[in-house]
Design a protein around this ligand. Structure first.
Ligand SMILES: [Zn+2]
Length: 230
C-alpha cells in the first residue's frame, strides 16, 4: 500500500488505547497523551495508531520536546512511517522542536529512518523485558538493546548532559548533542547536515583573509615594522 492511499485522522486516546491493546507486542498502552492519530486505508479501515505525549525521561521533558509513546500498526506497509511523519508535523505545528521515541534493537529503525528520524542515543541495558503479553524464558537475564530516536527542528540545541538512562556516547563536534551509535562506516562527527554546514561556515569565516572578518579599529591596527602593535 502506498502512502498516498493512507490517510491520517484524529483518534481519541481511548480508541488508540483499544487498538494498541489488540495489536501491540510488548506493552500496555500509555495512560495519557497530548494527541493521538490513526492511519486508515482507502476503504477507511484503521491500520495503525500513534500516541504522542510528554517525554517519559525527565531530562528530556524540556517543554520543547514530545515523545511518541506508542506507535502500533497491523503491519500495513508504510503505515508506521506515515504515522511518525504525521506525529512530527503535528508536534511542530504545536510549537515543539523535538520529537523522540524508543525502539528495541530487534525492531530496527527502517520506518523511523524513512520518516526522517535519526538514532540519538543508546540506552543503558536493563535486565529483562518481561511483559504479560510476551513472557521470556531465557536462561540469562535478557539484555535488550534500546535506542532513542529523534527528529528536531534545525535550530534545536541539545542539552550538554545525556539523559540518565542513556549511555554517554559520542557527541556532535559542533552542537555537542548526542550522536547516534555508529551503525556502519566512518563514525559521524556531526549530528546532521545543519551542524556540518555550520561547522564549515565557522571554520571558513575565522581563517585569516577569508570570509567576514570585521576591520579592526585604527588603534588596534599593527603599527610596528614587524606587524606587532607598538
Ligand atoms: Zn550537532
Amino acid at each position: 500500500m502506498t502512502r498516498r492511499q493512507l490517510r491520517i485522522e484524529p483518534v481519541s486516546l481511548a480508541d488508540a488505547q483499544a487498538f494498541v491493546a489488540r495489536h501491540h507486542r510488548h506493552h500496555p498502552a500509555p495512560v495519557g497523551h497530548k494527541f493521538s492519530q490513526a492511519v486508515t486505508d482507502q476503504r477507511g479501515q484503521r491500520r495503525g495508531v500513534a500516541i504522542t505525549g510528554r517525554p517519559s525521561a525527565r531530562a528530556l521533558n524540556d517543554g520543547r520536546t514530545l515523545e511518541v509513546t506508542r506507535v502500533c500498526t497491523d503491519g500495513t506497509a508504510n503505515a508506521c512511517s506515515a504515522l511518525l511523519a504525521a506525529a512530527w508535523r503535528a508536534a511542530r505545528e504545536l510549537g515543539f522542536h523535538r520529537l523522540i521515541t524508543y525502539t528495541q534493537a530487534e525492531e530496527g529503525g527502517a520506518s523511523l529512518r524513512a520518516a526522517g528520524w535519526r538514532m540519538a542515543a543508546e540506552l543503558r541495558p536493563r535486565n529483562g523485558w518481561d511483559s504479560p503479553g510476551r513472557p521470556r524464558h531465557d536462561q540469562h537475564p535478557t539484555r535488550v538493546r534500546r535506542f532513542r530516536w529523534e527528529v528536531t527542528t534545525p535550530d534545536f540545541r541539545h542539552a550538554e548532559q545525556p539523559a540518565r538512562d542513556e549511555k554517554p556516547g559520542p557527541r556532535c563536534a559542533f552542537c555537542t548533542g548526542p550522536l547516534g551509535p555508529a551503525t556502519r562506516g566512518r563514525p559521524a562527527r556531526y549530528c546532521g547536515s545543519a551542524c556540518r554546514q555550520a561547522a564549515y561556515r565557522a571554520r571558513t569565516t575565522t581563517r585569516p583573509g577569508v570570509g567576514s572578518r570585521r576591520p579592526r579599529p585604527i588603534a588596534e591596527q599593527p603599527t610596528g615594522p614587524t606587524g606587532e602593535a607598538a
